[in-house]
Design a protein around this ligand. Structure first.
Ligand code: DP6
Length: 344
């Protein structure tokens, strides 16, 4: 038997954050992200004859080395997606995966990893069934979401939203949709993301725990309402190329995410002193120069600095002189807005 599929899929950075979920991997509020160009996962899935009677038989490798510790998450994913893929119980599934970013960089690999895996399974399903899936990327987005919520946004390039919202036509809690070029001021497609690696360690709070903290959170309903409003404002900012409004929403979303963590039960402070130092330097620089670097954060200590392409030289120089000293071993990743996954 020689059935296999190989895809590379990127990570994404949320502008309006998904934080809190319901049911089986449905978002408590809508979110929107930039798809990145760097920070990708490359995954190959091959089918082999099954040797056991187990529901699922899998072998997971990272860069050709077996990693049994990933198996639990993959089995959970295969269980959740069994209704989408007819073949996963019939064969042994061999998964070989590798990230283009350092393994320990503190960059979450679930978005790129789960989207790449979902794409491989969709391609193999087409092969096994012998017909084309009607909406291939939509199916892959549904499947990726069942592995990791934010992964469903990595199926498309540019700007991608996920979660039903009245201002986003065709939006759904089940899958992500891409904003059309008509909806986005062209300058945003040149945006860069400089990821400053403040803390390369393992995440302090897993995303599963993080999302669950919203279940009994005193500010949860206010948060969901704000996220909805920010989605409306973001739509306007993107269409009109309003960088002031864009900056305000992106940064207030990052602050709100961390404020929610600080006011959860139990509470967590995920920023490190260097996170704050970078944010203050960026804000000072913006005030002094009138240039437009924008700060955002994931559920961790690393800082993403987003900026328009034409400001690249000035911002690289500023980062080299004033920001990299706050990173672990001066490390950073520079990415642009990307076009989405690619079959290899
Ligand atoms: C803060 O997608 O990693 O990055 O669905 O449990 O896998 P799971 O969570 P995950 O959460 C991402 C949270 C975030 C914000 C975002 O990407 O929207």
């Amino acid at each position: 038997m020689n059935i296999s599929s190989k895809w590379e899929s990127p990570s994404n950075i949320a502008l309006v954050k998904y934080w809190g979920k319901m049911g089986i991997q449905l978002p408590a509020n809508p979110s929107i992200s930039f798809t990145l160009n760097e920070a990708k996962t490359i995954t190959k899935v091959s089918l082999e004859e099954k040797t056991t009677k187990d529901d699922f038989e899998i072998l997971v490798k990272y860069d050709s080395k077996e990693i049994p510790e990933f198996e639990g998450k993959i089995i959970q994913f295969l269980n959740r997606t069994a209704h989408l893929f007819t073949f996963t119980k019939q064969f042994k599934i061999v998964i070989n995966t590798v990230n283009t970013f350092p393994h320990s960089s503190g960059i979450a690999s679930s978005a790129s990893g789960m989207s790449a895996l979902a794409l491989c399974l969709c391609s193999i399903e087409e092969h096994v069934e012998g017909n084309k899936t009607l909406d291939f990327y939509r199916k892959a987005s549904v499947a990726a979401r069942l592995g990791s919520g934010s992964a469903c946004r990595s199926l498309y390039g540019g700007l991608v939203s996920w979660g039903a919202h009245k201002d986003y036509v065709g939006s759904s809690d089940e899958f992500a949709t891409q904003l059309s070029e008509k909806e986005v001021f062209s300058g945003f497609y040149g945006f860069k993301d400089m990821i400053l690696l403040v803390d390369e360690g393992k995440k302090l709070v897993s995303s599963t725990l993080g999302h669950s903290l919203l279940n009994n959170h005193p500010f949860a309903s206010a948060r969901y309402e704000e996220a909805g409003k920010n989605m409306s404002l973001m739509k306007k900012a993107l269409k009109e190329g309003d960088l002031g409004l864009f900056t305000h929403i992106v940064e207030s979303e990052a602050m709100m995410l961390h404020a929610l963590m600080m006011t959860s039960n139990p509470y967590f402070v995920l920023m490190r002193p260097n996170t704050l130092a970078i944010i203050e330097k960026v804000w000072d620089f913006r005030k002094q120069t009138g240039l437009r670097p924008v700060v955002t954060l994931d559920a961790g200590a690393n800082v993403h600095v987003l900026f328009p392409q034409e400001e690249q030289d000035a911002i690289f120089q500023f980062a080299g002189e004033h920001l990299l000293q706050y990173c672990q071993e001066n490390k950073y990743i520079c990415s642009s807005i990307g076009n989405g996954p690619k079959q290899l």
